[in-house]
Design a protein around this ligand. Structure first.
Ligand code: PLP
Length: 461
């Protein structure tokens, strides 16, 4: 037999297993009804393959678990804090570290420090918690991502890039003094896990330096971004993930991170900076909202697992397999002509619900509907990233109507096998084959903040 290609497999073997509950379609119909057709409100027990999020759902390595036993649970000055500080200095390149209970804890603190009421914060597409904290601090978020990012079909390799013309327009309109910093995300979750190029960052840096605007980065997924730079951007093929990550971070005054993603832990986050003054303010505020500055709401063991996760996240074989698994599922769906966002992103497949269910208008929540249908079919749990997630307009009170109406299948790190991806693929094809029978939803309960987490729906007749 002549091989046309060689397969790759996960660069780990399984030491502990967690059995899954198998359910029937009737059972799942009842479960999703009780959950108000919102996959966030399902019990995890009732889920077979959980692709709701890759946040805090990674499998830790034996090296990380061993580190958990070395937790120094002192109230102040835990040795694990210093390990974490070493890891952040070595891999991200920032001198000062403030741990937080998770990413939004860091977002809260940095927004409070840098933003004054009436300020504008440009960013490459919004992220739910990031934008909310910027608004709660009195700022207005302004999207300056390139237009390609809002087009699910466009295959531009760096759809996370910032449009310098949009940035310049904002500076002309409100003045650089009203812009405390630019909020750069790498990769851009809401655009489909799309990366930003090093070249674009260098251009943005030159622009910001000229206008005296600071650069801060949501580096939650910066390792996935570094992988894309390595495989897609000229001049980086021979650089290590570690080198690329450090160069990327070097353009910023500071970063905030949800460690529940790239850093391979179940809980944690941090803020890191090279600016001593900002650090001192953050170290002071963290005491008010999170905990003492050497634990920030985390146990010592959690900080140790994070420090060790940071060492593992930059290993090329790890990140290649992580993104390779996402691409495996995505390529199967593309071959089957299921409409998904292209190019395939770093952490998830995003199904284009507008194209999948063209007969359901956006106000009847096509992505919310599709996520519920996939669950009913197979017990695979996805989530909505469309009109429900986009919330309401601050001024008019009307829904925001995002161009992208997506269902996200998020792949946890080191948790599922290729066979789980096959089962997921087949379930989506099954739902696609009977898409014309599917009807939309109406919202019957709407919470005020981040409504997608708790909103409830009922099927339309
Ligand atoms: C998850 C995430 C956050 C928020 O972090 P939490 O740990 O969930 O509080 C912020 N930004 C990005 C890009 C994220 O993916």
């Amino acid at each position: 037999m002549k091989l046309t290609r060689r397969s790759w497999a996960e660069p780990f073997k399984i030491k502990v297993v967690e059995p899954l509950k198998m359910t029937t379609k009737e059972y799942r119909l009842r479960a999703i009804k009780e959950a108000g057709y919102n996959t966030f409100l399902l019990r995890s027990e009732d889920v077979y393959i959980d692709l709701l999020t890759d946040s805090g759902t990674s499998a830790m390595s034996d090296y990380q678990w061993a580190g958990m036993m070395l937790g120094d649970e002192a109230y102040a000055g835990s040795k694990n804090y210093y390990h974490l500080e070493d890891a952040v200095r070595k891999y991200y390149g920032f001198k000062y570290l403030v741990p937080t209970h998770q990413g939004r804890g860091a977002e809260h603190i940095i927004s409070k420090i840098l933003i004054k009421p009436g300020d504008y914060i440009p960013g490459n597409m919004y992220f739910t918690t990031t934008r909310l904290h910027q608004e709660l601090a009195g700022g207005t978020f302004v999207d300056v991502i390139i237009d390609e990012a809002h087009d699910a079909e466009n295959e531009y390799p760096f759809k996370g890039n910032i449009d310098l013309n949009k940035l310049e327009t904002l500076v002309k309109k409100v003045g650089a003094k009203k812009i405390p910093y630019i909020s750069v995300a790498a990769t851009v979750n809401m655009a489909g896990g799309q990366p930003i190029s090093m070249e674009n960052i260098r251009q943005v840096k030159a622009f910001c330096d000229k206008h005296g605007i600071k650069m801060w980065c949501d580096a939650t997924r910066a390792v996935e971004n570094a992988y894309f730079i390595k495989v897609r951007e000229k001049g980086y093929q021979n650089k290590s993930i570690e080198e690329i990550l450090r160069e990327f971070c070097s353009y910023f005054e500071g970063i905030w991170v949800s460690a529940k993603k790239d850093c391979l832990v179940n809980i944690g986050g941090f803020l890191a900076t090279r600016n001593k003054k900002v650090f001192e303010e953050a170290r002071n505020l963290v005491v008010v909202y999170e905990g003492l500055h050497t634990y920030g709401g985390l146990a010592g063991r959690d900080m140790e697992a994070m420090a060790r996760g940071i060492e593992e996240m930059v290993q090329f074989d790890h990140i290649k397999a992580r993104i390779g698994q996402v691409e495996y599922l995505g390529n199967k769906l593309i071959k089957a002509r299921i409409p998904i966002v292209k190019p395939i992103g770093g952490h998830a497949i995003f199904i284009n619900a507008k194209k999948f269910l063209p007969h359901i208008p956006q106000i009847q929540f096509p992505a919310q509907t599709l996520a519920a249908e996939i669950y009913i079919d197979s017990g695979v749990r996805a989530m909505e990233r469309g009109i429900v997630s986009a919330g309401r307009n601050k001024e008019t009170g009307d829904h925001n109507y995002p161009k992208l109406e997506l269902v996200r299948l998020t792949i946890p790190r080191r948790v599922y096998t290729q066979a789980h991806m096959d089962v997921t693929f087949e379930s989506i094809v099954e739902v696609y084959n009977r898409r014309k029978e599917i009807k939309g939803l109406k919202m019957v309960y709407e919470p005020k903040y981040l409504r997608f987490f708790q909103a409830r729906f009922e099927p339309l007749k």
